[in-house]
Design a protein around this ligand. Structure first.
Ligand code: ATP
Length: 388
């Protein structure tokens, strides 16, 4: 769901008298970063829980990426944080001060929270300068324009100050939207899929630029994204949500190496999923017996083998295999292999140029046990990490 329906009433309401004076051009002025704490926050719409007992504590200046399937409650969380939505239960604290709870509700203009929208939501009838200065309406016009020019210089767009948004490219519009959101020096910055409107090449550049600006301003930031790689690139931590709840929160390395569920393992790496059954507390697989901790006898389990955890060798080394398909994907090649003992073909991602593999070749297959994970196939319980 989109956030921008309340922009006219909301945007720019966060200019504060307590914010420090703008620093020199070339660097964005810093905010007072805030701790953001969600305590058992729920939001109900009739029978639907958009959020259910949501708990998360975000440190001042931290960048947290929210990741999860469509409808899991990401936008609702931003709406509650910004103050345009009230929680049905639970508390939201900003710097340990309750801003939403059973007995208290502070409106958006009292929260010092900035917002950036998925489609940038620039005002077409305002110049670029006025778009950015819109967030500073609490200041005298001259001062607002001075600060808006400084932030435009910081994002490299001061020459477009008197132009209108329609002449800008997607990346330039993104910079203006970012400048507008950040110029009031919000303590907390909320970004709803801020890069989804950009093409792939531009997205990477804008991610780096945005992160640099967030670091300079020291805003505590919550960024909603659908892309695990983007979350890994941007987030100090990543919170994966499902059905209104946090399923796992951690650093990128944790999400990749120690996913708590099959659903998360699938998000953070390309895996082969091999159906297995637990017998005697273990999985009997062609790569050996693997503990299936906490899983009862007869449980249907999924053995996950990372596609990058498979190496090909000469026939006779490791497990016997035959190449079924080879696909060139640029830096890597994707190889489908029939492997002795496995009922399903395995996919391996190999560096391009590392061997000349071709369809029909007999090969040896080596599987890195460190990359192997086992989860219950229904995905509802925690997985185990048998190999480490
Ligand atoms: P997406 O990634 O598609 O934007 P999301 O994770 O942001 O999804 P939300 O927009 O927060 O999800 O919605 C969470 C759930 O709450 C969905 O089932 C949605 O239909 C429901 N919902 C959100 N707002 C309302 C509303 N105003 N009235 C009724 N249901 C709502």
């Amino acid at each position: 769901m989109r956030l921008n329906e309340w922009i006219p009433r909301w945007s720019g309401a966060s200019a504060t008298a307590e914010a420090p004076a703008a620093s020199s051009r070339g660097r964005a002025a810093a905010s007072f970063a805030a701790r953001v704490t969600f305590e058992d926050v729920s939001r109900r719409y009739g029978d639907i829980y958009a959020l259910r007992d949501f708990n998360l504590d975000i440190a001042p200046g931290e960048v947290v990426c929210l990741l999860g399937p469509s409808g899991c409650g990401k936008t609702t969380l931003l709406r509650i944080t910004s103050g345009i939505e009230k929680p049905s239960a639970g508390r939201l604290l900003i710097n340990d001060r309750e801003v939403a709870g059973p007995d208290r509700f502070e409106p958006p203009e009292r929260r010092n929270v900035g917002l950036m929208f998925q489609d940038f939501a620039l005002f077409p009838h305002l110049t670029i300068l006025d778009n950015v200065a819109f967030g500073l309406r609490a200041l005298p016009r001259e001062e607002a324009h001075r600060e808006a020019m400084a932030i435009l210089a910081r994002v490299g767009l001061e020459r477009y100050a008197s132009s209108y948004p329609h002449i800008l490219s997607g990346g330039q519009q993104q910079r203006v939207a970012l400048a507008r959101a950040i110029v009031p020096r919000p303590s907390v910055m909320l970004m709803d899929e801020p890069f989804s409107g950009l093409d792939v090449q531009l997205r990477e550049t804008m991610q780096e630029e945005t992160l640099a600006l967030l670091r300079e301003t020291r805003s505590t930031s919550i960024i909603v994204t659908h892309h695990p790689e983007e979350a890994m690139r941007l987030g100090d931590r990543i919170a994966v949500m499902r059905a209104g709840r946090v399923v796992q929160v951690g650093k990128a390395e944790d999400m990749y190496s120690r996913p708590s569920e099959l659903f998360i393992a699938r998000m953070f790496s390309e895996i082969n999923e091999v159906p297995q059954t637990v017998t005697g507390g273990e999985i009997a697989s062609p790569i050996g017996r693997i503990p299936a901790l906490g899983m009862s006898e007869g449980t249907k389990a999924t053995l996950c083998i990372r596609q990058r955890g498979i190496e090909l060798r000469s026939a006779g080394e490791g497990l016997a295999g035959r190449i079924l398909h080879v696909r060139f994907l640029g830096d890597i090649i994707l190889v489908e292999i029939g492997v002795s003992g496995f009922d399903v073909p395995l996919h391996a991602r190999l560096p391009a140029g590392n061997g000349s593999w071709h369809k029909g070749a007999e090969v040896g297959v080596s599987i890195d046990p460190e990359g192997v994970l086992v989860f219950p196939s229904n995905g509802s319980n925690n997985g185990t990490l048998p190999a480490s």
